[in-house]
Write a protein that binds this ligand. Structure first.
Ligand code: DLL
Length: 433
């Protein structure tokens, strides 16, 4: 039985891990300096040469890379290997500005699939499992990453991609899928559809590996209860290869970062100062093993906390908390910082499904803030007075959490468009002016 739990790496004592990271970092800095003129120019502008980087303690001397650099250098400007050595690209959805294109050599694909294999094993996966991959395939990294990881573990892999829910459920029941991989919002939609069709007793799922978007602890509980599974978080971004950069173990208290491949730092997003372990800030990654697209000190914009507390699973790799929102996801409404994840927490705590949409606009120089929330089916038949009362209760709970008032509109069940990939939670009309 192939087993991708790699104790010699995943439970390596910290001092040994640091040595490994030091060694790989030095090589990687040299590789980038020699092969990526764009980054070399950034280093030169900061007066840094590869000789200045002798260990991780010198990491702070290197310049940061951001999405803006990726756009500047689009498409080939950050490529560190000849095109002849590259075998694949993946890309972000590119809803804002130019797409990000990431390149992979065969070594990079192997490394990425290894990371995803570790995630599947951490969720209890073995070669006896039937892994149902409903992340999108194609340019998006979700489908190809989990697909490759599932192969490595030796699981029977169903490359479903997203969409066509009837077909998803037919394969899930006929083939006895045991591990579901998709976005948490699509998992919720699938769960709803399973109940609607009355086929809950035909579902054999035991675990889910959900990520690619923010989801709250309450949403985890909801999915676990509805599907009778353990729901594991998985994190990654196209720029650093895709899913699997970090994944949850049986403790479900944060995601182990694959530190033999990625060095993680937390910085203050405004001052760019490196913060000590345990501080909340922006996650920054240095890829120390990737060949074709080895980003150094890449600013993810994701806000989280790192912890080295001993984990009962035995893994020693640092854990990242669930991202608490992206620094660029944060809305500033009437001068107050609002994260969609805070709204989701309130909704779930008040017993609503996580089907909502936030609409922000500006009228007469004042921000308007409206949240459309789907009612539970039972509420739908309630009197108007009862619905008004429920809206008022929700307005009060949201005000307590956010510190500002939102208009709440309870809408009919299923009236908010379901997403098969990442859910669209925010419509900020102010950006259109
Ligand atoms: O979403 C890769 C991925 C695919 C991760 C499947 C997990 C599962 P991108 O489309 O480049 O890549 O988006 C990356 O998504 O910076 C986070 O803001 C967000 N994100 C990813 N995983 C999580 C997660 C993929 N578990 C961006 N929780 C990242 C919260 C997540 N946000």
């Amino acid at each position: 039985m192939p087993n991708y739990y790699q104790p010699e790496i995943e439970t390596m004592p910290y001092e040994q891990l640091r040595e490994l990271q030091n060694e790989k970092l030095l090589k990687q800095v040299r590789h980038v300096w020699d092969n990526v003129p764009y980054y070399r120019a950034k280093m030169e502008a900061k007066g840094v040469t590869p000789e200045d980087i002798q260990s991780i303690d010198d990491l702070h001397k290197l310049p940061f890379l951001s999405k803006a650099d990726l756009r500047d250098a689009y498409p080939y400007g950050l490529l560190a290997k000849p095109l002849g050595d590259c075998v694949r690209i993946q890309s972000t959805s590119g809803t804002t500005g130019k797409r990000v294109v990431a390149f992979y050599t065969q070594h990079d694909i192997d490394l990425w699939e290894d990371c995803c294999a570790r995630a599947i094993v951490a969720a209890g996966g073995t070669n006896e499992d039937v892994v149902h991959v409903s992340y999108g395939y194609g340019l998006f990294t979700g489908g190809p990453g989990l697909n490759g990881g599932s192969h490595k573990v030796g699981c029977l892999t169903l490359p479903m991609s997203s969409g066509n829910t009837d077909r998803q459920l037919q394969f899930m029941t006929d083939l006895g899928s045991t591990i579901l991989c998709c976005t948490p919002s699509y998992a919720q939609y699938l769960a709803e559809s399973i109940y609607e069709k009355g086929i809950r007793d035909q579902i054999k799922l035991k675990a889910g590996i959900f990520g690619a978007e923010a989801w709250s602890e309450d949403m985890r509980q909801d999915i676990q209860n509805k599907l009778g599974i353990k729901a594991y978080d998985i994190y990654g971004l196209t720029e650093t290869s895709g899913p699997g950069v970090a994944f949850e173990c049986c403790e479900q208290t944060g995601m182990h970062i694959n530190e033999d491949h990625f060095i993680a730092e937390i910085i203050d997003p405004d001052t760019e100062e490196v913060l000590p372990l345990g501080s909340k800030g922006e996650l920054v990654f240095t890829a120390i093993d990737k060949e074709a697209f080895p980003l150094l000190r890449y600013r993810t914009r994701d806000i989280c906390v790192l912890s080295r507390e001993k984990c009962s699973c035995g893994r020693t790799h640092v854990k990242m908390s669930k991202p608490m929102g992206r620094s660029d996801d944060m809305l500033i409404i009437r001068g107050v910082n609002v994260f969609p994840s805070q709204i989701e927490t309130v909704l779930m705590q008040q017993g609503y499904p996580a089907n909502y949409q936030i609409i922000v606009d500006r009228v007469n120089n004042t921000d308007t803030f409206e949240i459309m929330v789907e009612m539970m089916p039972a509420m739908f038949s309630d009197s108007l007075a009862k619905i008004n009362e429920a809206e008022k209760a929700l307005v009060a709970a949201l005000k307590a959490m956010l510190g500002i008032s939102a208009k709440v509109r309870l809408v009919a069940p299923k009236s908010i468009t379901r997403s098969e990939g990442k859910a669209v939670r925010v419509i900020d009309k102010r950006k259109l002016y």
